[in-house]
Design a protein around this ligand. Structure first.
Ligand code: F6P
Length: 546
């Protein structure tokens, strides 16, 4: 694999960075009055304003040239057609097939992938419909009122995030709860107060071998059997989502009530398939399909739009620009929507488990910084917490601001303004302040005492994307998720890494299993992996009276 940093395109960007790094957004806007109108792009219902980035038209030309040089075009074709681009696991990467319309065609290794996907979707829709209508009842004949999804990582964050995002569309009187952590406080907290007769548990695990999920599932089963007094109740209250039928059966769940997916769907890319069952039960199959259509809209945009008007390419390459040329360490995502409160956490897995790698797909060390550190909170809460650092700190933190024109439901008191307009005004104020700041002269002119002026200077020149969306709907949520999935892909391609494996999480899992006897055995353990851990084991045992 060629070293991307040795290419003429990379060198041109490095040189361009030297020339541009000292320029302020105030100057760039002053020199180019058409900038705000020009530096926007649309995909589906998403409107992106990227004019508040530290770029010129030349930067964008150079960034898209780098994407070309990295082979992005061929990589897009390879992914969408089912080539085995997850090389370290020798798998195709076909989450985009999860949202192909029924009439589409895609065969991989002779298998009709579209037919397989829709067969599962149809089974999910049938089951979700029966739960929603009350036709599917619990062991004692009562309808289901609460769905508890037990899973972790991609088997939790996607449905949990999307349920929260779309809870206004949950119209069947069924609420969802999510259990993920192996901390017993999670499962006991979620089950507390639930009526087992009206609770459906979905055990979601691609592998069905994940410690946390199996422990939580066992705890939930014990709770149910204890309360309903009959093992036979399990088949009416437990269903599974997995790729591993054998393990599902071994756990005691009827595989007739199992919803499958395939090894070509990575866990963090799976919420639009069977892993989204809890969401489908909450919002119904039609709305779930609207969400899939939204995903597909962005897939088609990514696959076909020219790079200079392609949202995932633009945003992905801007991430490369800040990571590799400005040395930015982190990337904030700031949804101005309470409903998207879990979106940053969802994106953390999507981006960091995908691109947090130090070797390339060919096994050689990476040659540039990889993996943006994603973090964030909904606005306006963040404004009263960490935005101080964004505005006046010493670090460069590029940020995505996401806002919606229409609220699901506004609140207007007296003569208004409505709360949603206040929310949007805050979003716009923040991006403007971050970009343009406020100079010492402007502050002094307001009569500020000289000693205070430096404290109040707002340096500005802090880059942001603004993504404006008409309304948060199943479709626009799908579009937003697909946007970030493809951003990850663009960046992984430039960095030359396999964005679809996650070997780095394995060692800790094995070591945790190995440490259990050291914590629990009657005799003090003979060894521990290292002296520091041995001392902590001793202290833990002492405090637990062992
Ligand atoms: O430990 C990481 C991971 O493998 C994620 O990639 C995955 O989403 C999560 O664990 C859960 O895995 P599973 O769905 O197999 O339980």
């Amino acid at each position: 694999m060629a070293d991307i940093t040795e290419t003429a395109e990379w060198s041109a960007l490095a040189e361009h960075h030297t020339a541009l790094a000292g320029r302020h957004l105030r100057e760039l806007f002053a020199e180019d009055p058409g900038r705000a109108g020009r530096m926007t792009a649309d995909a589906g219902d998403l409107h992106l304003d990227y004019s508040k980035h530290r770029v010129t038209g030349e930067t964008l030309r150079l960034l898209t040239a780098l994407a070309e040089r990295a082979g992005l075009r061929d990589r897009i074709t390879a992914m969408f057609s089912g080539e085995r681009i997850n090389v370290s696991e020798d798998r195709a990467v076909l989450h985009t097939a999860l949202r192909l319309p029924r009439e589409a065609e895609l065969r991989v290794d002779g298998q009709d992938v579209v037919a397989d996907v829709h067969a599962v979707l149809d089974r999910m829709a049938d089951f979700a419909g029966r739960v929603r209508s009350g036709e599917w009842t619990g062991f004692t004949g009562k309808p289901i009122r609460t769905v508890v999804n037990i899973g972790i990582g991609g088997s939790d964050l996607g449905p949990a995030m999307a349920y929260e995002a779309l809870r206004d569309y949950a119209d069947a009187g069924i609420t969802c709860r999510f259990v993920s952590n192996i901390d017993p406080a999670d499962v006991t907290g979620v089950l507390a107060g639930l009526d087992p007769e009206q609770t459906l548990v979905i055990v979601s695990s691609k592998t069905f071998g994940t410690l946390e999920t199996l422990a939580n599932a066992r705890a939930a089963r014990a709770w149910l059997v204890d309360r309903l007094g009959d093992e036979k109740a399990v088949s009416r209250h437990f269903v599974a989502v997995s790729t591993n039928a054998e393990r599902v059966a071994a756990f005691g769940i009827d595989t007739g009530n199992m919803f499958g997916f395939w090894d070509w769907v990575g866990g963090r890319y799976s919420m639009d398939g069977a892993i989204g069952l809890s969401l489908m039960i909450a919002i119904g199959a039609d709305r779930f399909r609207e969400m899939l259509a939204g995903f597909h809209t962005l897939d088609e945009h990514f696959r076909t739009a020219p790079f200079e008007a392609n949202l995932p390419v633009l945003m992905g390459m801007l991430g490369v620009w800040y990571t590799d040329f400005f040395g930015a360490q982190t990337h904030a995502v700031l949804p101005y929507s309470q409903r998207l409160s879990r979106f940053p956490a969802y994106l953390q897995q999507l981006t960091m488990e995908s691109n947090g790698k130090s070797v390339r797909a060919d096994g050689a060390p990476v040659v540039a910084q990889t993996g943006e550190i994603f973090w964030g909170e909904p606005g306006t809460n963040g404004q009263h917490a960490f935005y101080q650092l964004l505005h006046q700190g010493t670090r460069l933190v590029p940020a995505d601001f996401i806002g919606f024109a229409e609220p699901f439901e506004d609140v207007v008191t007296g003569d208004g303004p409505g709360m949603h307009d206040l929310l949007t005004a805050n979003l716009l104020a923040q991006t403007s302040a971050l970009a343009f700041g406020k100079t010492a002269e402007e502050i002094a002119a307001e009569g500020t005492p000289a000693g205070i002026v430096p404290h109040k200077v707002m340096p500005g020149n802090r880059p942001t994307s603004t993504i404006l969306v008409p309304r948060l709907t199943p479709s626009t949520l799908g579009q937003l998720i697909a946007l970030y999935e493809h951003i990850v892909f663009v960046q992984g391609t430039v960095w030359g890494i396999d964005s679809f494996d996650q070997w780095g999480v394995e060692l800790g899992k094995v070591m945790a299993q190995d440490l259990v006897p050291a914590l629990t055995s009657a005799e003090p353990p003979a060894d521990a992996p290292d002296p520091s851990t041995a001392a902590l084991v001793r202290r833990y045992r002492e405090w637990r009276g062992r």
